[in-house]
Design a protein around this ligand. Sequence first.
Ligand code: MLC
Ligand code: AMP
Length: 504
Amino acid sequence: MVRVEVPAGSGHPKSTHPGSGQELGRTLLSAWCDHWESQRDRPVLIDGADATTHLNGGLMLRATAEAAASLAAHGVAPGDRVLWSCGASLRTIGGLLGAMRLGAVVVPVSPSSTRSELTYIIGDARPSAAMVERDEQEEWISSVDGEVTVVRADGRGEADHMDAGPTLDRALPGDDALIVYTSGTTGKAKGAVHTHRSLLAGVHALRLAWEWGPEDRLILALPLFHVHGLCAGLFGTLTAGASAVVFTRFLEDQVLDAVPGSTMFFGVPTMYHRLAETGRAGELSALRLCVSGSAPLAADLWKRLNDDGVPVLERYGMTETLLTLSNPLIGERRPGSVGVPLPGVEAAIEGTDQEGVGELVVRGPSVCRGYWDRPDATRDMFADGWFATGDLVSVDADGYVSIRGRTTELIISGGHNVYPAEVEAILARHPSVAEVAVVGVPSAEWGESVVAFVVGAGGDPDVAALRALAAEELAPFKRPREFNVRGALPRNAMGKVVRRALQE
Ligand code: MLC
Ligand code: AMP
């Protein structure tokens, strides 16, 4: 297939390739620990709800070492998977980082995962321990697999009983560090496996492109079970030797109140929409950098914020690749475009049509090593080291890339991916349903909202029962907001449901 290269990122610093020079001798963990050692008294993570509470470098070293010791006392060994199903807080982050310092492989999942979602991931990832916050999750996990040790979310509590803590920070660059689950068209989630090396490469590219340094303070109100909040937000902060104000939930007034003293904010478009609605968005102009990603930032929202003095920088990424394209820090930030390749990233377009639109493929050191336990899927998706993103893009003459569509059905609501096939498979199980199609309909706030079209089996479908089924089986962001009853679904000559007709 013809592959058209996207020109290497003009506008980003070119000289330093991620993984080159000084960085080669460092691992992700040594970068973090060196910063904490040299900043023992300086705040690293600040509690967004109570700014007087923080972890300085000394406390980061201690909290993470204690969490690692606790996990080791529970029998967790390097290479073991540790499920982490928590909201973002100083406590829970200590547990997550402690697991990484022990050499365990962290599997982050939404704290609002349902029983069946957790059951699937436990069966696939086979963790030896789980860190949770909700009592019901503890019960579910124990009933699904009694071998999984469930520990407190901060991972602490056992260290006092130990004579000596475990050996820390021994993970090598090629060792697995993180498995992040991401759904596919089949609706079965696959775990993208990132190594310490791919995570370091991912954050190093952002440090260079966005000139992220120790003086920066990030307002971090993203969930930490996606790569946006975890790998860009948290790991970026720690690797740059910077600091972050951490919020468990995104509340627009709290985020705006954290602007004084901060320098950066990362958000999904739904967050920017809500910030703009407060009438206070202009306060963000005191930050040196506001970044949007994970879903398309509407050009009119970009303009509204820009008119308020907030020139949002849009970038693009994926669970499998981390962040790969970005508008430049210095130079034109083009509305409707996700920018140019980040340092170290190669991007190309395959199978272009007469308008120059084709599938984006990317290659580089931040791309994950493959899917957990899925050699076939890994082979399909990573041909010659090029990862097929499934996003249809075009490129301007000066190298700026724009997302034009998807090769597969995908709804992005509030920055969360929702795969129609997963939702359809669950609703179709109900006896009152003959056929079902799930589509995304445009929403100014959410980007897209999940809507179901249902054909009854021998009578009307039982919508109340379908809502209850969705609530039982699907995390909140995947549940249909509306159910529309139809006599039949629109189909094309091939018998395929015409989703566009339903969206109109
Ligand atoms: C969800 N809700 C909706 C809805 N979607 N209601 C109407 N229409 C919709 N489309 C409901 C939920 O079911 C829930 O209901 C309530 O709203 C809260 O859901 P939520 O999604 O948690 O929303 P909220 O708490 O309001 O927070 C909004 C948000 C959040 C934007 C802060 O969705 C969020 O943090 N999104 C970020 C996702 C993210 O990090 N993506 C990165 C992916 S990584 P109820 O009844 O339960 O209250 C990636 C790679 C990359 O993509 O490039 O970054
Ligand atoms: P995920 O699989 O959750 O990592 O989501 C990755 C997907 O989010 C990409 O394949 C894109 O479809 C989408 N995405 C990420 N950033 C952007 C962006 N800036 N604009 C449009 N879509 C985006």
